[in-house]
Design a protein around this ligand. Structure first.
Ligand code: SAM
Length: 265
């Protein structure tokens, strides 16, 4: 995920202190139960710990991923600065919409009137609960229809359009997920996407490669170095519109955005 906006500028992008502490050790941190000594999250450091400490480490990571991260994402993704980008990417959505990586529903207020129903795909129960008010206020029905974009429990050719915002950076098998989106879309259906990814500028790219491991650990597998347009076309989509820009108020390495519409032939 890519935090956005002035309020969470550099400070939040590099992770608030408790987040970094959970992931990088050895440090003494409190994870909701007893403090435990933690090694590196990477395998070697972790396996060097005694079993009880290893359990504590994994429990801490689990609590962070399941409870803390969705709330952090809710705040960061809810920044007003993203509003104009969300309005742009949602323009043209119509009919039955598939939204992968629904999160806590920050796109809901931007669905155009031509949208008739939304199938939300979201693995996090916490994020889905945080979406409750937005879902309740939505003039169109929003149903949580699945947990994983890589395997959609929906029949072929049932959706008119699809939406993904700040999620293609995170899904592990992103091309497989996009192929699933194509399967569920009707022929000629469109995918509207907005994500950060690899910048065009070589100097920024070098920073992105440096920061990538930290970003992944802090933000649930989020990558800074994905070529978003390439993964969309690799899945068989034809890109109809694409805008590349740096988000206002963001460090370039974190806010090199791709905003576009792709057709499923
Ligand atoms: C940075 S958040 C973006 C949320 C929302 N789209 C937004 O713009 O506010 C990324 C979301 O992708 C979800 N996600 C992670 N892996 C996923 C997967 N395999 N399939 C679908 N969603 C996934 C996460 O739970 C998280 O809610």
């Amino acid at each position: 995920m890519r935090p956005k906006g002035r309020r969470h500028g550099n400070r939040a992008r590099h992770g608030p202190a408790p987040v970094v502490l959970v992931h990088f050790g050895p440090v003494r941190v409190r994870t909701g139960c007893a403090p435990v000594w933690r090694g590196e999250l990477a395998g070697a450091g972790l396996s060097a710990l005694p079993p009880a400490a290893r359990w504590g480490h994994r429990a801490g990571v689990g609590i962070y991923q399941q409870q803390v991260l969705p709330r952090l994402i809710n705040v960061l993704c809810g920044m007003e600065v993203a509003g104009p980008y969300r309005a742009r990417v949602c323009a043209g959505l119509h009919g039955r919409v598939l939204e992968i990586g629904f999160g806590s529903g920050h796109n809901v207020p931007f669905y155009p009137a031509a949208v008739t129903a939304v199938h939300a795909i979201e693995p996090s129960d916490v994020a889905w609960k945080l979406a409750a008010e937005r879902v309740a206020a939505s003039p169109v029905p929003v149903e949580r229809s699945g947990l994983d974009g890589q395997s959609l429990p929906l029949p072929d050719a049932t959706c008119d359009t699809a939406l993904s915002t700040y999620t293609l950076c995170t899904i592990p098998e992103v091309v497989a997920a996009l192929k699933e989106v194509r399967r569920v879309l009707k022929p000629g259906g469109t995918l509207h996407f907005l994500d950060h990814g690899l910048a065009e500028d070589g100097k920024v790219q070098r920073w992105q490669h440096r920061l990538d491991p930290l970003q992944g650990r802090v933000f649930g597998g989020c990558r800074l170095t994905r070529r978003i347009a390439d993964v969309v076309t690799e899945a068989g989509f034809v890109i109809r519109e694409l805008d590349r820009f740096y988000e206002k108020g963001s460090p370039k390495s974190l806010g090199a955005d791709y905003l576009g519409v792709a057709v499923s032939p």
